[in-house]
Design a protein around this ligand. Sequence first.
Ligand code: NAD
Ligand code: TYD
Length: 350
Amino acid sequence: MKIFVSGGAGFIGSNFIRHVLQARNNHAIINYDKLTYAGNLANLHSIDDHAGYQFVKGDICDPIVAEAAMRGCDAVVHFAAESHVDRSIYEPAPVIQTNVTGTFTLLEVARKLGVSRFVHISTDEVYGDVAPGAFAGEDSPIQPSSPYSASKAASDLLVRSYVRTYNFPALITRSSNNYGPYQFPEKFLPLMITNALNDKSLPIYGDGKQQRDWLHVEDNCRGILAVLERGKIGEVYNIGGSHVEENLAVARRLLRLIAKPESLLGYVADRPGHDRRYALDSTKIEVELGWKPEISLENGLRQTIEWYKKNSEWVSDVRAGDYRSYYAKYYDNRENSLNAIAGTGSKLPA
Ligand code: NAD
Ligand code: TYD
């Protein structure tokens, strides 16, 4: 099978490409990526010379370049997105452009070329806040809270409409919060790990009692491959970590694993519209495709911390680019930045 992977230079996409090339010797991959601040070809150095791998630089909003790259592919796995909630609050325009218009563009190209499977990578955030003690199933209402999750919900609904209207062969995965090697250090776990390793404060939003369902990226990649190969067309599959924990407890867990003091915990202004709880019911993929998470949070965190320790050069390289000014603008001065944006309304598209 020849697979067109969008966003393969990012965190989950690069782990997925490595996973597929390791697990299957009959699959070839075209990695199509714009290389935004989050895209990094260094994530794929280990397979640079693999005969079944090719990189094409391009924007998913560009139908001409995307079509040239997708031609001859049997399947699409669509990861490319602006993936960070905080950035979507500061500056929603690129998030809507890539996540909605970009997904629409890829759907049109894939429909024209007649690909046989299109896996759209979505998120548990489309379900919004999940009530205490409850778990979101695939049929739970779509109630996004941030510009990011609203853009993902919009793209999910577009995919759904293509299945119904055009009999388009799409499937959707909705995973919970991923962590693991090669995650950009703007997200909670890599930010906390790299800060703790450097004796910097761990910025906890609000009271830190928000809950997330933590999933190791390798477990997610196995789930996505199962959906690609064996999932039923038109279906949505939740992929959850079956490990729901409060942010503060996760931060304490990693401080213990790194042997750093709890005095590093720092409380900062809460994120506007912050969802309190995400928790997924993944029974469907477990029963229908025989998938379940295999890496416990404790072991996964241990391995991830070791990876960030060994790859300090990777961290300083990704932090050197656009991220430096983003961090200085928003993260160095969090008390003010999030509140100011919530108070004034986020920037409107130019
Ligand atoms: P990431 O930000 O690490 O990577 C995104 C990749 O997409 C980058 O390589 C970037 O260069 C590329 N990209 C961005 N805009 C593009 C464009 N217009 N054209 C082509 N390429 C573009 O993201 P990630 O964490 O790997 O997430 C991948 C997918 O998984 C996203 O769709 C995200 O919504 C979804 N997801 C992520 C998580 C998580 O915890 N990280 C959880 C659930 C779902
Ligand atoms: P994040 O990694 O941004 O993922 P998401 O918002 O998509 O779930 O954040 C995970 C949780 O951690 C979320 O509840 C927000 C919180 N958080 C902090 O407390 N401090 C931080 O610096 C960041 C980035 C996130």
